[in-house]
Design a binder for this molecule. Structure first.
Ligand SMILES: [Zn+2]
Length: 231
């Protein structure tokens, strides 16, 4: 009869003995999963932060694939001649225009287009589309041609207040700018050999502020803004 009384006790002991390793096993497994995840996340190379997390206002990318954010606001400052730019780039721009006199027969180049509102950009865009329609293009064809020259409203850097279109006394001023604008934080934004990346045909007159550090690096390495930002 002793066997009958011993039996449940032994079972209970065996049960406790099995429960302990099971708990250990569960904790170890959880720990292992945690370690693998932590190490994996730390080593993951592809997860670089987006440019918006790492870059400042001066590096904001606006192109046909990256529209200007809804409700983007800018504090403007008026330039001689009436155009306006983001007040943060005013001084650098004025310095560049002054220095550019040496490449422009002693005259400072003029800013013929600075900041644009969405409505103004729409006006430019519609005019360009109408130009192509008048040449006999279809609606779709006219839009496809127009967008090579004028950004669709919401996708123009001019709406940031960080871009200017310049006009000089001589075409040579554009060569001067290509060589020197980076010193003032501006880049030749749409070179002819980068149109696939920028989505815009060559515009020798369009300059974009990105800041002196980024401009210098882009100039030295021959990168457009899309390349610099890894887009
Ligand atoms: Zn422009």
């Amino acid at each position: 009869m002793t066997g009958n009384t011993m039996e449940p006790e032994r079972r209970a002991r065996r049960g406790r003995a099995q429960a302990l390793p099971r708990a250990l096993w569960t904790v170890s497994l959880a720990l292992l999963v945690f370690i693998v995840l932590a190490v994996g996340l730390a080593l993951l190379p592809g997860e670089r932060p987006s440019y918006e997390d790492s870059a400042g206002w001066n590096l904001r990318l606006v192109n046909r694939w990256n529209p200007i954010p809804e409700g983007y606001t800018v504090n403007l400052r008026e330039l001689p001649g009436g155009e306006k730019v983001d007040e943060r780039v005013y001084e650098s721009l004025m310095e560049m225009l002054e220095a550019a006199k040496e490449g422009n027969w002693g005259e400072a180049p003029r800013v013929i287009s600075g900041y644009r509102t969405e409505e103004e950009q729409r006006g430019f865009y519609d005019d360009k589309v109408n130009e192509y329609l008048a040449q006999g293009y279809s609606e779709e064809g006219a839009k496809a041609e127009a967008v090579k020259w004028v950004a669709v409203p919401g996708t123009s850097e001019h709406q940031l207040g960080l871009a200017v279109d310049l006009e000089g006394e001589t075409y040579d001023v554009f060569f001067w700018l290509q060589e020197n604008s980076y010193k003032y934080g501006f880049i030749f934004r749409y070179p002819g050999d980068k149109t696939d990346l920028t989505g815009t045909a060559e515009e020798v007159w369009h300059y974009r502020y990105v800041g002196a550090k980024a401009a210098k690096e882009m100039h030295e390495r021959g990168l457009c803004l899309e390349e610099y930002l890894g887009q």
